[in-house]
Design a protein around this ligand. Sequence first.
Ligand code: NOJ
Length: 539
Amino acid sequence: MLVSHTLHWWQKEIIYQVYPRSFKDTSGNGIGDLRGITQKAVYFQWLGVKAVWLSPVYPSPMKDFGYDISDYCNIHPTLGTMEDFDNLLHELHERGIKLIMDLVPNHTSDVHEWFMESRKSKDNPKRDWYIWADPADSGGPPNNWRSEFGGSAWELDSQTGQYYCHSFLKEQPDLNWFNPEVREAMWEVMRFWLNKGVDGFRVDVLWYLIKDRLLRNNPPNPDWEEGMPDHDKLITAFSNDQPEVHDVVEEMRRVVDEYPNRLIIGEIYLPVDKLVMYYGKEPDTGVHLPFNFHLVSTEWDAQQINKLISEYEGALPAGGWPNWVLGNHDKSRIKARVGEDQLFNAALLLLTLRGTPTMYYGDELGMNDVEIPPEKIQDPREFREPGIGVGRDPQRTPMQWNNSKNAGFTNHDPWLPVGADYQTNNVDSLMENQHGLLQFYHDLIALRQKEPALHGGSFHPVGVQNQLLCYRRQHEQSAFFIALNLGKEETSFTPSFKWRGVVEIASNPKRKGKKIENTIHVNGNDGLLIRITGNSEAG
Ligand code: NOJ
């Protein structure tokens, strides 16, 4: 059994994602910046956040809001300077908070100097750094691959008559990861930031790095229907998750392991069986945390979530540490997905499952997807496939700090509209509300940090009754019973073992401190975290 002092920081602590453009503007241009994040370091400290992941802050033409990088070793002037970055890192470290950078190795911006060289001629030394191919025999793109953002994944370069591959926008050409020089260049980028003292990387679309060498066509997706994203027309059998990607991951891990105590998280949207391959064939040869996004896509239903947890726990390789994500800058907010009534349960689930939780800024306030008027749309996904729900602006709106104009985010026009609920749903107001969601997160995080059973203990499914999901966490003699009613109906449940306990944290404050023996009654939408004080099964 793991004890807390043998756990790494990234196992014990929660990770908090900051979308820098939307966190806090100090320069007065309506866009968040690095100084703003530094200013809010005290907030992380108050909340109990010990690791912050920043979405990209590098120079970029912002075609995909920073995921199109034109210089990997610098800071975008709108967000600040390298000095601002160094200050941020220093301020976070002073407070015992780690900093995780976003690394985007699959593609660069089309104005990155590597690509500008590569496109010059077929015999340019950097030609092979990207994926170039001749037109198909019948003319047109080399194969049928689709961009994640709709349309062909190939763009014709008229100067040389060849196509280049782009899994996202045409302004985001894909690097050729079969080329050892590309790998070496990216390892140098990593070392640049690691030498500065950053604590790790979240690696963008890790499963995309290697594509089929023969560029074979993807098969059609028989489940595709009108109204679904264009990209889903095909099954991505050949355009991502190829076997050789694991060699790349292994090399990447070795670079991070040149430095003590660092972390790599992989962004990977794959079914559980394929996802867990990214832990590596042998222990310590893959990423530490292949992001587990399955809570984002699984129906909010006790049976389904229970099944997901066992499938995931059962699939983890020896030494593979679990992790859970409820939201990010690409997905509809948790509130929009499960509704206001379930937000306390969502927090309880994320923070009491076994493994590292990742929170998305503002979810702790219950920030909602914000409706974006047509003239305010920013996201290229929405422009390319309008009206089918793929736009990501609604979940990227400014952090709601207080009830002053623009929620205290900026004193200018914000780059995206502020949520209409900011007068009540904001950090300052919620800090005053002992029974609100923010205090609930605060208390839960504090308890999770204090209790080895919650941050490092074993996980035991207990049962599902109607919509009531029950499980137990245990470390030595200390144990907790978690009961989450994901439905609206009151439900009772009696586990097969005798037990008693005291409610430690509850979505309904009236239940706090109450004793429970054997049978548990939970009102609709309520959730309880109960300290077990006696248990016939586990002592
Ligand atoms: C995944 C990122 O999370 C998303 O925001 C971005 O558009 C794509 N990768 C392309 O980099």
